[in-house]
Each structure stands twice: as C-alpha cells, then as structure tokens.
Design a protein. Structure first.
Length: 157
C-alpha cells in the first residue's frame, strides 16, 4: 500500500486509509466481534486507499485481544491484498455475460444439463424450434419421452 510500518503505527489512523463504505464494514465487523462471546475472528473485503491514492481491495481479518476480565485491550488484524482476485472475478462476470448473450441469441437450439440429466439452461431458440420450455421438460429423460416416445419403449434404451 506504500506506507511504511512506522507511518502505519505512528501517524496514520486505520480508518483514514479506507473508503467510506469500507470504514462502515470494518466498524460493523468490530461491533460484531465485541458482541461475539466466543471471540472468533471476523473477515471482510474492504477497499484501502494507498499512499499514492490508488485503491486496492484487501481481505481483512480482525479479532480483539482481551484481558483476563474479558475486556478488549487491542485489535489483532491481518490484511491481505486481493486486488488480483477481484480483477479476475470481474473479468469472469464479464465473460459470463458475454457467453449468456451468445447463448441466448444463438441461431440454434442450445441446452446444457448437469450430470444427472437435469436441464440447467435452454435458450429461446430451443423453445421456438421445439415448443418446449425448461419448465415443460426439466430433464433429458422428459425431453426424450416427449420428442421420441417410441424410443423409450425400445429395448435398446
């Protein structure tokens, strides 16, 4: 993030290097931890502001340190840069949108199923060509039963 250890410990307040939304997340995390009688650590994704002004996504895990009387005396925290993961997640979402648009607008019938033969997707062209929606034929077996009823009575199936 560009700060020295000395800067972080002596002159910079932790809340000053987070976006407003992230400050609220961390505050909620602290409040939740204070209410938590088991004193488990809590984790959140927050956006930090680097020394050069750039924003980076980090995963922050915090827990309080308690004295013998169970009063909080400090905070133990670990921050991990997850900017690359967030970038990859965003690229994946964009790729999924593109794939969805291609499948929805394909000029051919497109379906996919899970390993049990349950349809997970059926595009508009499938319904247009065959007259069935995923609600009408939620499984490959039901599709086969409707589209080729003679095959189900065959001994080869």
């Amino acid at each position: 993030m560009g700060y020295t250890t000395a800067e972080l410990l002596a002159t910079i307040k932790y809340h000053e290097i987070m976006t407003a939304e992230s400050r609220q997340k961390v505050l909620n995390l602290f409040l939740k931890e204070l209410e938590n009688e088991t004193h488990k650590s809590e984790t959140a994704e927050v956006e930090h502001i680097c020394k050069d002004g750039e924003k980076k996504w980090c995963e922050v895990t915090v827990s309080f340190a308690f004295d013998r009387d169970n009063h909080p005396i400090g905070i133990i925290g670990v921050t991990r840069d997850i900017s690359e993961r967030k970038r990859i997640e965003q690229a994946l979402r964009e790729s999924e949108k593109q794939l969805q648009a291609l499948m929805d607008n394909a000029p051919v019938a497109v379906t996919w199923t899970d390993v049990l033969g349950n349809y997970k997707y059926m595009n508009h062209k499938f319904s247009e060509l065959f007259g069935y929606t995923i609600d009408d034929v939620p499984t490959m077996r039901q599709w086969t039963k409707r589209s080729h009823p003679d095959l189900l009575h065959s001994k080869s199936i």
